[in-house]
Write a protein that binds this ligand. Sequence first.
Ligand SMILES: *Cc1c(COP(=O)(O)O)cnc(C)c1O
Length: 448
Amino acid sequence: MSDPDAAAGATDGGTGGDPPVRRVSDWDGERLRGLADAHETPLYVQDLDRVRENCERLLGAFPDADVRYAVKAHTGQAVLEAVRDAGLDAECASAGEVDRALAAGFDGSRLHYTAVNPPARDLDYVVGVAAADPDLTVTVGAVDTLDRLAERGYDGRVCVRVNPGVGAGHHEKVTTGGAAKFGIPYDRAATAARDAAERFDVVGVHAHAGSGIDPDQLDSHRELVARMGELARDLTDPDGEGVAPLDLEYVDVGGGFGVPYREDAPALDLPAVADATREAVAPLPEGVDLAVEPGRYVVADAGVLLTQVNTVKPTPDETVVGVDAGMTDLLRPSMYDAYHPIRNLGGAEGEPSAGEREATPVTVAGPICETGDTLGRDRALAAPARGDLLAVGVAGAYGYEMASQYNSRPRPAEVAIDDGTATTTRRRETLGDLTTVEREAARQGAER
Ligand SMILES: *Cc1c(COP(=O)(O)O)cnc(C)c1O
């Protein structure tokens, strides 16, 4: 479904061109209200035009690097196609993501599958894809995984994932660099890579520190990058007698480029991060490229979640504003204590426009039977009234992707804005969708 009559895309806040971040206040409120009217709520809106701007900014900051989009941040086909057209590669965390990337037109040479404790089914699938398209690269973080690939007859392109022992991240759950789960410990990585080269085509080394490289965490990012540069130099030009050099193509230093969620947080200075990265990894051996893998940075500020106020409950402590989206639609506040900016777009019948109302401290709570089901606490919003539309900002990354059907809530709809025109990219789930797999299982059981 498309809304040709709703033409103008989100504005960029009047700054013109390509601002480093799009705030929730920069979106065209009238337009968002129109979309909510046409598609109902909760509704994700993803602006592909903004996704393209973010891709361009990354390519501009890292002109000599391979820039790979971490698909898990937003896997929608329209987003993947926009990212592919912009020239980024795809970094996939599962067979399902590889499948989506293939469907979006990425060929093997632009596909990187990162195997984290990969289920056998995923390995079978990816080895099958690689048999048809041997340019695909598998990034491996455990010697055991290499063995499992070899057992499946795989001898193709491998990148060795290293645990650099340093991590960055806005929350302990997203700090991966120092966690034993991810990567081969740094002091064993060179040996593991050389051993792997006897069975595979080792083309790169990789480390991802976690999410949230922020202006005040650049030091740990720099340290990680420096270690990876050192490893690459050691592998391509080893010290020891009789140690064969590896013919690496790249050093991948991961993603984690931060996005300012708070209205007053500064945007990441991407050129400065790029400079620091290049400086720390240098000197790169001849023929070895830098690679980065941003996910959030590409899609986060290109998305908002629209939700309608259904209940306003004043209590002695605070006013609780009940909305029709909750942790099943946007999990980040509950899971990571993540802050998402919220803007009241108004629209309640008989109420003044949101701009004319007084700011009131509120907690915005969802419809799920969990205490943690809030989208924001202690927020100063234009006094919400039943029927108002709220826009939850910076929701384009890890938003719909982490949505669930918990409490038997159908997942929301999503529209994508492309060149100003909105198209449904994910239809709203129905109550019937909630029981599809059960009904199919029952039918199959009856057939047996
Ligand atoms: C999640 C992930 C990324 C992207 O992280 P962002 O914080 O979204 O940039 C990159 N690489 C790997 C291996 C990841 O798991």
